[in-house]
Design a protein around this ligand. Structure first.
Ligand SMILES: [Fe+2]
Length: 222
């Protein structure tokens, strides 16, 4: 059965946007985040859709205002409403997320349209061992078929709900079409109906500071 997903070439400034050196105090934020003492565990330890561990309130209100101001200006969006706890039970907005190389792999997906229109990731590890751990965008490409689409229509909560889509989201169903490399203090913001994922994770020891660190954001346009 053919899977009918639209394709939209990701356009800089419209579908996604990248800003380097976004925080004037990024090193201070990195140290503050890593010294956090209380973490919620995701996969592989608990059945969560997100990997690694995370904690809320990564950025202060002032830092958050700065990031949101940049996103609104660069993506030409008038107002953004952060995802709140009440919408999804527990929100991931403004969480620091830490995930080692053994704890997660690329999982192409879209973020539910009911919780956000835009998402963003701030790479906050000061010395990443590889740049290939940022954010990638994908299109469906089933073996033996023409390349397919990369946008989940709004009427579906997730790719799994699209008729004909395999229920096991095997990463080999997708082809990478754009990679934004992991660079310290870089923010990548994007329309969250585009199929995307962390490109990969790093950090193979037990030390938290060795692992991929990112602050994640989810917004609805109001
Ligand atoms: Fe996502």
């Amino acid at each position: 059965m053919a899977i009918d997903l639209p394709f939209r070439e990701p356009q800089w400034g419209q579908d996604y946007w990248v800003e380097d050196n976004i925080l004037p105090n990024a090193l201070e934020v990195a140290h503050r985040c890593i010294s956090n003492g209380t973490w919620t565990l995701g996969s592989p330890w608990r059945p969560e859709p997100w990997p690694g561990m995370r904690a809320p309130h990564a950025l202060t209100p002032e830092e958050l205002r700065h990031v949101e101001g940049c996103v609104k200006q660069r993506l030409n969006v008038s107002a953004l409403r952060p995802q709140t706890d009440s919408e999804m039970g527990i929100s991931g907005h403004n969480h620091i997320q830490i995930c080692g190389g053994a704890e997660g792999v690329a999982r192409p997906h879209v973020d539910s349209a009911s919780i956000c229109d835009y998402a963003a990731v701030l790479y906050i590890h000061p010395t990443p061992p590889t740049p290939h751990a940022g954010t990638s965008f994908y299109r469906l490409h089933l073996s033996g078929e023409e390349p397919g689409g990369n946008v989940c229509p709004r009427e579906y909560e997730s790719l799994r709900d699209v008729p004909g889509m395999p229920q096991e989201m095997d990463p080999t169903l997708f082809e990478e079409i754009l990679e934004v490399p992991y660079v310290f203090n870089r923010l990548v913001a994007y329309k969250s109906d585009l199929i995307h994922s962390a490109t990969s994770y790093f950090g193979w020891g037990t030390e938290l500071a060795s692992k991929r660190m990112a602050v994640v954001f989810f917004w609805k346009v109001t």
